[in-house]
Ligand binder design. Structure first.
Ligand code: NOJ
Length: 535
């Protein structure tokens, strides 16, 4: 493949900065903490890191309620720290993506504060305001993703403002050219700082129906978030006008040279054609998250079907993204694998061997599970609002366990971290780095193999025939992956070649002379000799 970009051959690693490493002992992870772990990430083999929001925030939603798009949140460090991070990552050949939050600002952002002054305020039209319905009440039935109406009433000006998330996160009005111009400046500022691209928060909600038409009620076969929302967000997401904005952003980032990446969060998009549309004709997003895959059951037939559907519409040179965990979802070692080490490794093997960019979430590499967070320790506003119906997202955001013992190497031993540390003695980086058969070793070895194997980096994907509980696929011409998603031992005929990677490590290097024996929940990568198996 010509013109291959770093984000196609390499993997991206998401860092939830507050929970990664605390350098100053205040219980909150920070940029200096990230810098101190860059050698670890280099060793792991990641090509790029995505930092969860680092700009000044009122922290109602931990960075996703921005107060100043141009400065670093003091809890996380300073602009000097950020500059140092860019310099240190560059030394190690690691690219940096930052989280861009264009759908809404904090209500404490100076724009919104000014908008509150009156209907004729200079910044009023930066946000979405509407009169009450005739007879009173919110202008439409739109619900917030975080519960309740998406409209809040502002008594002094007798109008409602829109917030698709918390009432503290006011939606910006992307029909206003001034808002667009503000974000042009913000994008350019950070590109000038040396970032290699952006993960764009809920970009597909930027444009809403101008007539504020009511969303229809959700029906039963909708995806997880739509069910939670209780309505089909047809007038609040994925509106056609979005594409112009994406094409415009793409031009901005492309002006900064090749390899600049736009990675979009496509919330509530489960249809692959809809997802593919955000790639445009190679002139919109380079990557869009695939939530249908992330929320799939951990079953061969579901995953294979989803990947085949994705492959059918996100065709090369367009590029899929594969993710198992992030800061909004339960971690995949808990959700998919229920802490079963065999399943965790099968999940990692799958994520790291499909055609596309794997985005690992911090801790995935050690099989980090969700951590139980008691109601009185909750930090996530959504958890606080909806508990116990929904316990929130904190369980997937707890500190990285670098070692066992108090503080777990995340913070100083006598500091109370902002969220509780999970069972660090059970899983931590230090112990796994020392162990010869650990998840960390496995992840590192799979990444290293991927990084040196053209078939896995850029080779085409093709499903191979296999018994129902096994998912088998070919990458490129010689690399085949077989994963047994069952409790049964399964033998496949017609497989000849050498085992390069195996979730059961002792089998690596074995020569297969026509028969592959898979143990329950066992995955292998085979360098094929001769033709791919056809059974
Ligand atoms: C999606 C982010 O991933 C999530 O953490 C956040 O709460 C919402 N967008 C609102 O910004």
């Amino acid at each position: 493949m010509s013109n291959t970009q770093w984000w196609q051959t390499g993997i991206i690693y998401q860092i939830y900065v507050r929970s990664f490493c605390d350098s100053n002992g205040d219980g909150i992870g920070d940029l200096q903490g990230v810098i101190s772990k860059l050698d670890y990430l280099k060793d792991l083999g990641v090509a790029g890191i995505w930092l969860s929001p680092i700009t000044v925030s009122a922290n109602a939603d931990w960075g996703y309620d921005v107060v100043d798009y141009y400065s670093i949140d003091p809890h996380l460090g300073s602009m000097a720290d950020f500059d140092q991070l860019i310099a240190e990552t560059a030394k190690r050949g690691i690219k940096v993506l930052i989280d861009m939050v264009p759908n809404h600002t904090s209500i404490h952002h100076p724009w919104f504060q000014s908008a509150l002054i009156g209907r004729d305020s200079e910044y009023r039209d930066y946000y979405i305001w509407a009169d009450p319905k005739p007879g009173g009440g919110p202008p439409s039935n739109w619900r917030s993703m975080f519960g309740g109406s998406a409209w809040s009433y502002h008594r002094p000006t007798h109008q409602y403002f829109l917030h698709n998330f918390l009432p503290e996160q006011a939606d910006l009005n992307w029909r206003n050219p001034m808002v667009k111009a503000e974000f042009d400046r913000i994008f350019k500022f950070w590109l000038g700082k040396g970032v290699c691209g952006f993960r764009i928060d809920v970009f597909n909600m930027l444009i809403k129906d101008q007539l504020f038409r009511d969303n229809p009620e959700a029906n039963n076969d909708e995806g997880y978030e739509v069910k939670l929302l209780g309505q089909e967000p047809i007038y609040t997401t994925s509106r056609p006008e979005l594409h112009r904005i994406l094409r415009h952003w793409r031009q901005i980032v492309d002006k900064n040279g090749p390899g600049r990446l736009l990675l979009g969060e496509t919330t509530m998009v489960y249809d692959m054609h809809q997802l593919a549309a955000f790639y445009g004709t190679h002139n919109e997003l380079e990557l869009a998250f695939n939530f249908a895959f992330l929320q799939s059951k951990f079953r061969a037939r579901d995953l294979r079907r989803l990947v085949e559907e994705t492959e059918a519409v996100i065709k090369s040179p367009d590029w899929p993204v594969w993710t198992g965990s992030n800061h909004d979802q339960p971690r995949f070692p808990s959700r998919w694998a229920r802490a079963d080490e065999r399943k965790i490794r099968c999940g990692l093997l799958m994520l790291l061997t499909l055609r596309g960019t794997p985005v690992l979430y911090y801790g995935d590499e050690i099989g980090m599970e969700d951590t139980l967070v008691m109601p009185w320790r909750l930090q996530d506003s959504v958890g606080k609002r909806l508990w116990p119906l929904y316990t929130g997202r904190d369980k997937a955001r707890t500190p990285m366990p670098w070692q066992s013992g108090p503080g777990a190497g995340f913070t100083s031993p006598d500091t109370k971290p902002w969220l509780p540390i999970g069972w660090a003695a059970h899983r931590n980086v230090e112990a796994q780095a020392a162990g010869s058969d650990s998840t960390l070793r496995f992840t590192r070895d799979v990444i290293a193999y991927r990084n040196q194997t053209a078939d896995l980096q850029t080779g085409a994907y093709q499903s191979l025939p296999s018994p129902g509980r096994v998912w088998a696929y070919l990458r490129g011409s010689k690399t085949a992956v077989f994963i047994n998603f069952s409790n049964l031992k399964i033998t496949l005929d017609g497989v000849a070649g050498q085992v390069q990677l195996s979730t059961i490590r002792g089998e690596e290097g074995a020569q297969l002379l026509g028969e592959l024996k898979l143990a329950p929940w066992h995955g292998v990568v085979v360098h094929l000799e001769g033709r791919p198996p056809s059974y």
